[in-house]
Design a protein around this ligand. Sequence first.
Ligand code: 13P
Ligand code: SF4
Length: 319
Amino acid sequence: MNNQAENETLSSDIRTLCAKNNAVILAHYYQVPEIQEVADFVGDSLALAQIAEQTDADIIVLAGVHFMAETAKILNPSKLVLEPEPEAGCSLDESCPPLDFAAFKAQYPDHVVVTYVNCSAEVKALSDICCTSSNAVKVIESIPEDRKILFAPDKNLGAYLAKTTGRDMVIWDGACTVHEAFCRDKIQDLKTQNPGAKFIAHPESEEAILEMADFIGSTSALLSYAKSTEEKTIIVATEAGILHQMTKENPHKKLIAAPINEDNTCACSECPYMKMNSLQKIYNVLKNKSNQVDISEEIIDRARLPIDRMLQISQPQLA
Ligand code: 13P
Ligand code: SF4
């Protein structure tokens, strides 16, 4: 069987298992196309959290990375949450070990602790309020002006938020290795080769990249912008998996993945963690009910509060 035929067979078997087990598959926009196609919902990290909280399904398969599966479990602990690949982490999460973060936080006892959801359940449990890239500005603006803010773990998103909101913030020194790889010179060359092209970027990118952008936003905001702009050529600085959904929504536009510093075969940015998932792994976890996310009740209770606070001030996202 060729790859396409294999994928079709696996996808059909996965849908059969979902129906039999009352399971839903939630996939992030950075997943490979065949996973986005087999999923019940595709969305950004906020939308996936909102859907996980509301679903009536008995089983949630989270095709994304570990912190997303943990968030789903925290929001809906009675469900079985399965992750196709438990090793699918995130460089931001890894940059922020809970014990180190607790010690850092202890240095700033009068600060409101805001954490980007790209962190562990334990770090969320040490937070006052969480945010995603979709609602981060709103979350910061919800904090009274006289309160100081500690932000973790993404220094680039933190710097962008400090600049956008004018708030003084203590920021943890973490970064997304994928969004830090974009190359300013190569992007400038692409802009020159494509006069008038819009350049759009995720706020996890470095300031030097964001300075060049016509639009900055979360994955869902980048998708909305791509649909609404009249411009026919768009250079996109986020994980290249987003181009699957963007191309579906904009079949007649020229969409270019922003190039990265290192020479690699596709010259575009792929998250090695997101790309650890596969149809076969989704099939396996559904078949065996394996790779169940397990978080202690104590952590679930403590991590739930900052996530709930975030959800209360977020618009519902349509995945
Ligand atoms: P979004 O919140 O835009 O989905 O981003 C998640 C993520 O991991 C970005 O790298
Ligand atoms: Fe983490 Fe970056 Fe991968 Fe998103 S793209 S999951 S922030 S490493």
